[in-house]
Structure formats: structure tokens, C-alpha cells
Design a binder for this molecule. Structure first.
Ligand code: CUA
Length: 172
């Protein structure tokens, strides 16, 4: 069965379009360091305050022995704990985030930090914040650091808009 030349031309065009769009997705993802959440680690969201990792005293920024910066955050209606964190630029960072109640989203503009925070799971994001990128959209501080906003970007209830924090990015 022979295809009509016009039909054949449209098959070629549609295959090219799909290939181009797929290529764009792959190129954007690799250029911006985007990837789907892949950390499958469960946690009891109702008992976060009793876990060794997400107890109140252990939240915030900690530097591991290998130089990596580890950040632990808890998102709960309608707060991010702690509300302000200070991160060094151009340093490998691991963010570990847990929800104490419902689905939240963590987003820091100007970085590739963006993940759903699903109750019952630990969301993990690995990133390195480039100071130049942060400086483009952040608010400059007197000490030379830059402050980026941090938002919840999943609608989580009537107080959703008040779930925000600050990330102070310091020069390396
Ligand atoms: Cu938490 Cu919206």
C-alpha cells in the first residue's frame, strides 16, 4: 500500500516536530539541571518532631564532613521552618524537606530548587547556587550577600500565600 506523497510529507513533518520538541525538553532539562524527583524515602509526617533528622533542633543548615551543605526544612500549614537560611554560593547543597501535614511545594526562583513536598516522603534536592544567577533576581544586602525568596507553590489551604521564607546567598 503506497502512501500519497502529501501524506508522506506530513508524516515526515510531524515526526520532525515531535523530535524537535523532545530534543528541546532534554536540552532545557540538562542545561538548567532539571530532573524529576527521584528520592523515594518515606517518613511518618505526623511524628516529624520525634524523628532524629527533622526534630526542631536539627532544622536549618549544617555542613557535612565532605564540605557539602545539608539543609533540613519542614513545611507545615502555613510556615516554612526555619524561615530564613543562609547558603554559600558555588557549593554543593543537599536540601531535605518534609511536610508535617498536606502537600506543599518548595520553589526558590533563580535556582533549580523546585519540588513537591509530599506528606509521608522526604523530598531531596541537590543543587549548587551560582552567585551570578542569584544576584540577577535577588535583593542585595549590605554585606555583599543576596536574598532570594522561597515560596510554597502548591495550593495548600487558605494560608497558602503566607508560606514563604528567605534564602540568603553568600559569596563563596
Ligand atoms: Cu504550603 Cu501552599
Amino acid at each position: 500500500m503506497a502512501a500519497h506523497p502529501l501524506e508522506r510529507r506530513w508524516i515526515v513533518i510531524s515526526v520532525l516536530l515531535v523530535t524537535a520538541m523532545g530534543g528541546l525538553i532534554v536540552a532545557t532539562a540538562s542545561l538548567h539541571g532539571l530532573h524529576p524527583p527521584s528520592n523515594v524515602e518515606t517518613i511518618d509526617s505526623t511524628r516529624l518532631h520525634l524523628t532524629p533528622e527533622f526534630a526542631e533542633d536539627h532544622l536549618g543548615v549544617e555542613r557535612a564532613k565532605d564540605g557539602t551543605v545539608v539543609v533540613r526544612l519542614v513545611m507545615a500549614r502555613y510556615m516554612v521552618h526555619p524561615q530564613e537560611i543562609t547558603l554559600p554560593a558555588d557549593t554543593p547543597i543537599v536540601l531535605r524537606v518534609a511536610s508535617a501535614d498536606v502537600l506543599h511545594g518548595l520553589h526558590v526562583p533563580g535556582t533549580n530548587i523546585g519540588t513537591q513536598v509530599v506528606p509521608g516522603y522526604v523530598a531531596e534536592v541537590r543543587t549548587t547556587i551560582r552567585f551570578d544567577s542569584a544576584a540577577k533576581i535577588g535583593t542585595p544586602n549590605a554585606d555583599g550577600s543576596v536574598t532570594l525568596p522561597l515560596f510554597c507553590n502548591e495550593y495548600c489551604g487558605l494560608g497558602h500565600q503566607s508560606m514563604w521564607g528567605r534564602v540568603r546567598v553568600t559569596r563563596p
